[in-house]
Design a protein around this ligand. Sequence first.
Ligand code: S3P
Length: 426
Amino acid sequence: MTVRVEQVVRPLRGELEVPGDKSIAHRAVIMGAVARGETRIENMSRGADNSSTVAAFRRMGVAFRRDGGTLCIEGGGWDGLQAPRETIDCGNSGTTMRLLAGLLAGRPFDAILDGDDSLRTRPMKRVIEPLTRMGGRVAGNEGRAPLEIHGQPLHGIDYASPVASAQVKSAVLLAGLQARGETRIEEPYRSRDHTEIMARGFGAVVERDGRTVAVKGGQELSATQLKVPGDVSSAAFIAVAAATIPGSDVSILAVGCNPTRTGVIDVLRAMGADIEVARSWEEAGEPVADLRIRGSELRGTEVEAELAPRTIDEYPVLFVAAALAGGTTLFRDVGELRFKESDRIATMTGELAKMGVRTEVRGDDVMVEGAGGLKSAAVESHDDHRVAMALAVAGLSTPGGISLSNEDCVRVSFPGFFESLGKISN
Ligand code: S3P
């Protein structure tokens, strides 16, 4: 399908919430499924990625029910999982596939994990490697999905991960919780720590020392109740729209503000954006805040490599912010973007070029030139939810608007995205 996104004629105004955090919800479902007792998850997103994780555990015999807005999981402990009779379809969700690979490597049965065309192109060696070192038997198709897992007793390892990836870290920790002895994983930079926080919420002991996280094996999880904060990665699209449209004043309520995720706020502030934390509190061990964003003139900046793990999913929309800012923005060391739902360096620079934006890719650095003004064009999402939403945000500032094809993929993380934009643009 194709949608038209017209330039807004008035500033964006109003107050809204975004769906529950996708990363946190995956972890809540995974741990709830192997904990003992009934876990209750409030504000669970209905996005397709989270639904893939729920469907995976249904295939392994776990019972779920909805009680109003709350998802209830009947967990039977690690041993409550049953061998799936069919292939588990992870859809578009890299988190589902990589975290389940870690979990299932230590279960006493076989399973096959597969996904859509995009997921089948993404690198899985990064989880196969450490899981194999733990004694796991996980076979890919030249390092990609489908993954065949022959569950085994595992042993702990000391692993220095070459990539700062929360999915790799989480796969290793989920395997480590079931392994003999201790498992330690060190990362080059700290990635999001939702797995560590969630595991503690389910009663596990997880230790952290700088960039190293450790768990002892043989830990049982016990059921809990929690409320998922709003997804800062979804809030980012609304925030950039508000920050780049002069006169806007938008509040996004109850957004998860874990510092391992909020690089986007730091980058936008460095570009001169006016973002105020109106209220802050804690939910499920995670910091949460109401954010108020007012439109202002943005200027180019230099985004350092250290920011990458804290900002990784927000680069597509930050490229749009940079295109609308004065001057040039340099994004350093963003090579990991090539391994997302699409090659986001190629897809974003290609689509922005159609809108007259000049970009330059030098190795793993991306430079975006601002101040040119955007040109009306027909652009394409490449079936990547964050590319679709980033381009839609660009469309709001484009004279003559844009037409965006295959926009339906926004349901992966932000069902209701276009309705949310409508709510603040009237
Ligand atoms: C995620 C980790 C990140 C991120 C993805 C979600 C997670 O991936 O891009 O959208 O929930 O752990 P990497 O681990 O590949 O960096």
